[in-house]
Design a protein. Structure first.
Length: 204
């Protein structure tokens, strides 16, 4: 019984190997008809020089299969092209947004006054801040003592009482202006805020 089983296995292997190792030939006649054979002797003499062996998957495909494969390739190519177009579009939008933000930031920086602050305290209830404002932009800018807020140690917000920075003092491009802002408070001052930009200055 074992011997018979071994013979069946061997015969099966031989049959499979012969199918794998067999060469398949292909030729096409004048009418375009495609022929396949494993026996080169069956190939008409005038086609033997044109017959192909070692066929590829494409050689074994019918014209209908080739047309379908070509259509599928075109569909995949269009899909890849659309995906690439969407990706390029998103990259373009991102670049435009980044450039817009940079432009806005640059314009805001150009509009900003460069503020320097020095502090003097008189007694226990009066603060005088000397403000030096430099206009490094190309537009006329205004400043007023009312543009400042004082934060005390108990977190109270105070408006200035007076100052030599008069309302809407005009600072020409490329120039600077100095003036004072004055506050009255019995509490120790902690922070001075320039309201238009939110810039803060610590008080020693």
């Amino acid at each position: 019984m074992k011997t018979i089983f071994k013979m069946i296995v061997v015969l099966g292997f031989v049959a499979t190997a012969s199918l794998v190792w067999a060469e398949i030939y292909k030729w096409v006649d004048e009418k375009g008809t495609v022929y396949f054979t494993e026996d080169p002797a069956t190939i008409p003499e005038k086609y033997k020089g044109k017959a192909k062996d070692r066929l590829t998957d494409e050689d074994l495909m019918t014209p209908e299969d080739k047309a379908k494969a070509s259509k599928d390739d075109e569909t995949r190519a269009r899909t890849r092209q659309l995906d690439q177009s969407r990706e390029d579009y998103q990259k373009g939008l991102k670049k435009i947004e980044e450039e817009r933000r940079k432009k806005v930031a640059k314009e805001a920086e150009a509009e900003r006054l460069d503020i320097r602050v020095s502090t003097r305290r008189y007694g226990t209830g009066y603060y005088v801040f000397t403000i030096e404002a430099r206009n490094e932009g190309n537009k006329v800018k205004s400043i007023s003592f009312m543009d400042f807020t004082l934060i005390t140690e108990d977190n109270r917000s105070l408006s200035p009482e007076t100052g030599t920075l008069h309302r809407d003092t005009q600072i020409q491009p490329g120039t600077r202006y100095s003036g004072t802002v004055e506050f009255s408070t019995p509490k120790r001052a902690k922070t001075l805020i320039y309201n238009p930009t939110g810039e803060t200055f610590s008080i020693p």
